[in-house]
Ligand binder design. Structure first.
Ligand SMILES: C[S@@+](CC[C@H](N)C(=O)[O-])C[C@H]1O[C@@H](n2cnc3c(N)ncnc32)[C@H](O)[C@@H]1O
Length: 251
């Protein structure tokens, strides 16, 4: 299995320092209040460096974050707050004896599941770990945006007091499998002595259409109760890269 994020994890928070995790946690809190008020427990799939989990815990949820990359979990554990726990686990096959009111999977984690069996295993697993009428909230790459806008090569540079990180992303599109393989080259420069090195990682990402998610939900015991553009709440269109789906567990 592809173990992306092992090396990349060290630079993850720097590369996404402009991402507004606070606004995203507020947005999730609103969705939970609207669709399953009085929820108190959250299972987070692909919890990364733990930012959403810590912010949601401040809103009085108990959270368990599951994350495949041991390096990401190590970073998450450094900032862990009250009512939050992180475990190294693969979301396609995790098991815990806890059950939760809500499961969340944020910043395209589900798009990292590129084959049907992994998706079915994950959704069934989430279903098993949810309480009655539990919600499964996640955002994924949206097929119509990927097909109409087509991902391009991109470069992003960010720095802190110690290092400068430049990330080149070179996407290779597999139109038959609905997968975009994003090949990252990450150049790291030590700002004190000027030395550089680089790492490479491949991140295959699957994009999904609305009927595909509806079918997946139906096959695994869920109903799609709402979908919208992640954060803006706009109706999904060919302009929408990230669609947020809200699924309800059927008993
Ligand atoms: C783009 S990051 C998002 C991290 C975090 N949710 C955030 O918003 O910052 C995707 C994360 O999903 C994790 N991931 C991908 N596939 C996984 C799997 N099968 N099991 C557990 N974690 C997985 C990666 O290791 C990575 O941390």
């Amino acid at each position: 299995m592809n173990q992306n994020f092992n090396l990349y994890s060290q630079y993850y928070d720097l590369l996404y320092q402009d991402k507004d995790y606070g606004a995203e946690a507020d947005y999730l809190h609103q969705l939970i209040n609207r669709y399953r008020p009085k929820s108190t427990s959250i299972l987070e799939l692909g919890s990364g460096t733990g930012k959403h989990a810590n912010l949601l815990a401040e809103k009085n949820y108990n959270i368990l974050g599951l994350e495949r990359s041991a390096e990401m979990v190590e970073i998450a554990n450094r900032t862990k707050t009250k009512n939050v726990d992180f475990k190294i686990a693969d979301i396609t096959e995790f098991q815990t004896n806890q059950s939760f009111d809500v499961a969340v999977s944020l910043f395209h984690v589900i798009s990292y599941l590129t084959d049907n069996q992994s998706l079915i295993n994950t959704f069934k697993n989430v279903h098993r770990h949810l309480n009655e009428n539990g919600l499964f909230i996640f955002d994924v790459w949206h097929s119509s945006a990927v097909n109409f806008q087509v991902p391009e090569k991109r470069t992003k540079t960010l720095q802190n007091e110690v290092i400068q990180v430049t990330r080149h992303a070179n996407p290779i599109i597999d139109t038959e499998q609905n997968i975009v393989e994003v090949n990252y080259t990450i150049k790291v420069k030590d700002l004190e002595d000027g030395t550089t090195f680089h790492i490479e990682e491949s991140h295959p990402m699957r994009h999904f259409s609305k009927p595909e998610i509806e079918l997946l939900a139906y096959a695994t015991g869920f109903e799609v109760i709402h979908k919208e553009e992640f954060l803006t709440k706009a109706i999904p269109s060919a302009e929408t890269w990230g669609v947020c789906y809200i699924l309800k567990k059927l008993s």
